[in-house]
Ligand binder design. Structure first.
Ligand code: KG4
Ligand code: ZN
Length: 336
């Protein structure tokens, strides 16, 4: 039996569909929502309306380009949470309707577990147990992965996500949303040691990014007071210093987790995994500590349905299905 599954992702501002056959992802169709750009962040109501507009085309394209017919499917999977309720509802309702019409099982996926499992879409894949640092605009989690569906959160942010810190800092610098990639780009030509920012101490392996956000706001305000052109004249150094600081906050926790658990298989996931400073820091640490590092391809780091499909494959093999009256969960902890 080689399961053929259609997966749908709609937790935030990306409508995506993917078909997976026997654990091999056949495609990853993504419709991105441009509508949020002028608001400097995702507007939930606009996101769910945009999902409604594009979900059928996205699913249709996934089915067509996979060269399959709907009635060949063995199951339909969807992102059950966490995410924006209005957005989740669109994907969940669509998946429920389709599963009911085709009389096949429905599979509900935890978006954060799927981010971790994006590491299994392409070779090389990590071996168990491994540590995964999931970093995106909505989440910052350090997870111990013992098996495909066996995960434990070792640490997570107690307030903002690291991607949010990148984006909010970028907004203060007058850069468009999402500003993370632009900070990364300016940082390439800047001096990371020019400016220092305070470290936020958190218990255990947890993170906090709200302190640095406020500190950065005061830092910019104070310097502009003395020199109105401060940002314009120092943009690369500001970006490089901030990026260095944020990356350091992530990698220091990762090092502690690796030391405490003795695990040397280290994976990244989420949109911030694109950050060149983080990637470089990780490769350097890999050399120092004999880690094996896994970085999914970019299309599988940002929100996508291929990772939902990957998670659905493992749930299908275990026979874990949703009842037809299942509901999405805006909050949905990893590991339950
Ligand atoms: O995973 P993702 O596409 O969406 C969710 O938040 O779930 O991640 C988007 C986040 C944004 O905050 C964006 O600024 C950040 O990832 N990001 C980056 C880079 N590329 C994307 N942050 C820093 N450096 C980058 N190169
Ligand atoms: Zn995500």
């Amino acid at each position: 039996m080689s399961p053929l599954i259609l997966a749908i992702e709609s937790s935030c501002d990306e409508t995506s569909a993917s078909v997976i056959r026997n654990g091999k992802v056949l495609n990853n169709i993504i419709a991105s929502q441009e509508v949020h750009q002028k608001y400097g962040g995702v507007v939930p109501e606009l996101a769910s309306r945009a999902h409604q507009r594009s979900i059928w085309h996205t699913v249709d394209e996934a089915v067509r380009t996979a060269g399959i017919k709907l009635d060949e499917l063995h199951a339909v999977a969807f992102t059950r949470g966490p995410g924006l309720m209005g957005s989740l509802l669109v994907g969940a309702s669509f998946a429920k309707g389709l599963a009911l019409a085709l009389d096949i099982p429905l599979i509900g996926i935890n978006h954060m577990e799927a981010h971790v499992l994006s590491n299994f879409i392409e070779e090389p894949v990590p071996s168990f147990p491994f540590l995964c640092l999931t970093v995106s605009g909505g989440h910052t989690q350090l997870i111990k992965v013992s098996d495909y569906l066996e995960m434990e959160i070792l640490g997570e942010t107690q307030d903002d996500a690291v991607g949010e810190a990148f984006d909010k800092a970028a907004k203060l610098l007058g850069l468009p949303y999402p500003g993370g990639p632009l900070i990364d780009r300016y940082a390439q030509s800047g001096n990371p040691h020019r400016f220092n920012f305070p470290k936020t101490e958190m218990p255990g392996l947890h993170f906090s990014f709200s302190g640095i956000k406020t500190a950065f706001l005061y830092f910019i305000r104070e310097n502009i007071l003395h020199n109105p052109d401060f940002v314009k004249e120092n943009l690369p150094d500001i970006c490089a210093s901030l990026q260095y600081h944020l990356v350091n906050m992530l990698t220091s926790r990762l090092q502690e987790a690796a030391q405490q658990t003795g695990i040397k298989e280290i994976a990244l996931a989420g949109g911030v995994a694109a950050n060149s400073g983080l990637r470089q820091a990780l490769h350097k640490l890999a050399g120092q500590h004999q880690w094996k590092v896994y970085l999914p391809a970019m299309q599988y780091c940002t929100d996508n349905a291929a990772m939902i499909a990957m998670a659905a494959h493992y749930k299908y093999l275990k026979g874990i299905f949703e009842p037809p009256d299942t509901v999405p969960l805006a909050r949905y902890p990893v590991g339950i």
